[in-house]
Write a protein that binds this ligand. Structure first.
Ligand code: C2O
Ligand code: CU
Length: 485
């Protein structure tokens, strides 16, 4: 099946600020290097994958969903040869990395899209340690299964755990048919696609609109999305045949949790366990204990738990959606195994809020008056046929202009009743504009009608995408460019 290969920035691009510019050369020269080179080949292709009791045909990296993890250390040079065996153009974006601009993978902005049958060599020094991931930046390809973890280890990190596990949460859309664009086209034609009407494959019913208002029971909980995802996966597995974390009683287990869903925020919990939150989007925070947390699309959290004795449900409940939760098992003994769909009490326990978190000293951005303040109004247009920033869709905005070495404040004003996990490429911002340093993140969930402020240091010259990580919103207009001038 051919699909048009729609892409963000389908307009004449100013072109990347390449390594030819002095500013970029200076930034590159200043990067800390380990001297190690890590090489990988990455093949994007149509394939069949087994989700656990169900074989589906989809697009994936190297034949698996999620794709095979890439693991490097901060300062390593990563060289990835992308082989595009898809019937469509593609690219790879390295989500969370403040890398050199011409390797950022945004077609029409930092590179040409890679044609079917062609390849591209990504090569860059990996800056900050943390839990990151990668995916295409073309259309809604991310939602087909093209995504994988990118774990950047910190040689200096003290550790304090016995084992670590990467958990990728993903909303599964059945029934792409031959074209991942089907749902997008339908949204553009009809507005929000609700209640599984677009896909019947997994018998999903009911309306996703019912739970859109925040309430005490759902403190962050608006409906996140537009597209019915009838199933939710943890590490590529359906609840019927879940992914199993095998550990030992008393072991400290670090979970690196990545929300790779295209339009689902998850409420995450592990039955019988408290979660100590240690990192947001890869950056360390002062540890905070919670029972549950909400993870927006594109966000990552690292948590540590001390494994109990038995078998425990690991659940990712789709916020505002009537669908079975993502489900995995933590197992330390051959005890009774909880049934898929188990709803541990922890889901209604202490819920993490951004306000409860503070960055550790070494990653705190000192509060400073901004040199420049840019406001972005997040808007639903025409019943969800379009999603705008400041009254325009991508291609129709002027880029947001900034200068190197400025402190830049972005004011994210959500004027809609959906929530929007806003993502900035090439930078990590500090959340909040107070006199306390805010947590470092690259993706922040802006709740319905809420305004959030983030500050960033303009220290990575180039043309950088800024967009909602609901990939449907991004593709239907909620995308702009931060441009160094
Ligand atoms: Cu993970 Cu531009 O996004
Ligand atoms: Cu959005």
């Amino acid at each position: 099946g051919a699909f048009a290969g729609t892409r963000l920035f389908d307009q004449p691009s100013p072109g990347p600020i390449g390594p030819g510019t002095d500013l970029v050369a200076r930034t590159e020269a200043a990067r800390r290097r380990s001297g190690t080179v890590v090489r990988r080949e990455l093949r994007a292709a149509a394939t069949e994958v087994d989700l656990g009791g169900r074989v589906v045909r989809t697009w994936a990296y190297d034949g698996t969903v999620p794709g095979r993890e890439i693991r490097v250390r901060a300062g390593d040079e990563l060289r990835v040869r992308l082989v595009n065996d898809l019937p469509a153009e593609t690219t790879v974006h390295w989500h969370g990395l403040a890398l050199r601009n011409d390797m950022d993978g945004v077609p029409g902005l930092t590179q040409d899209a890679v044609a079917p049958g062609a390849g591209f060599d990504y090569s860059f020094v990996v800056p900050d340690p943390g839990t990151h991931w990668f995916h295409p930046h073309v259309g809604v390809q991310l939602d087909t299964g093209l995504q994988a973890p990118l774990i950047v280890e910190d040689p200096a990190e003290p550790g304090g755990y016995d084992m670590e596990v990467v958990l990728v949460l993903d909303d599964w859309t059945d029934g792409w048919g031959d074209s991942p664009e089907t749902i997008l086209e339908r949204m553009a034609r009809e507005g929000m696609v609700m209640g599984g009407t677009a896909m019947d494959g997994m018998g999903h019913g009911g309306s996703a609109m019912e739970d859109t208002m925040p309430s005490p029971d759902r403190p962050l909980g608006a409906d996140t999305g537009d597209v019915a995802h009838p199933a939710h996966l943890i590490n590529g597995r359906l609840p019927e045949d879940p992914y199993v974390i095998r550990s030992r009683p008393g072991h400290r287990v670090r979970l690196r949790i990545i929300n790779a869903g295209s339009d689902t925020a998850y409420r995450f919990a592990v039955g019988g366990h408290t979660l100590t939150v240690t990192h947001t989007d890869g950056f360390p925070v002062e540890p905070v204990d919670v029972e549950t947390l909400i993870i927006g699309m594109g966000e990552r959290y690292d948590v540590v738990l001390t494994a109990g004795d038995g078998a425990f449900p690991v659940v990712a409940v789709p916020e505002g959606k009537d669908a079975p939760s993502g489900f995995a098992l933590l197992r330390t003994a051959s005890a009774h195994v909880p049934v898929p769909g188990a709803s541990p009490a922890e889901l209604r326990g202490r819920l993490l809020t951004y306000g409860a978190l503070a960055p550790t000293g070494e990653v705190a951005l000192d509060p400073q008056d901004p040199d420049r303040e840019l406001e972005l109004a997040l808007q639903m247009v025409d019943g969800g046929r379009k999603w705008f920033l400041n009254g325009a869709g991508f291609g129709d905005h002027e880029p947001l202009e900034i200068r190197a070495d400025e402190r830049v404040r972005l004011v994210l004003r959500n004027e809609s009743m959906m929530f929007h996990p806003m993502h900035v490429h090439g930078h990590t911002f500090a959340l909040g504009a107070g006199d306390r340093p805010g947590i470092r993140k690259d993706t922040v969930n802006v709740l319905p009608m809420e305004t959030l402020t983030v500050d960033l240091q303009a220290d990575n010259p180039g043309q950088w995408a800024v967009h909602c990580h609901n990939i449907y919103h991004a593709e239907l207009g909620m995308t702009t460019v931060l441009s160094y001038v």
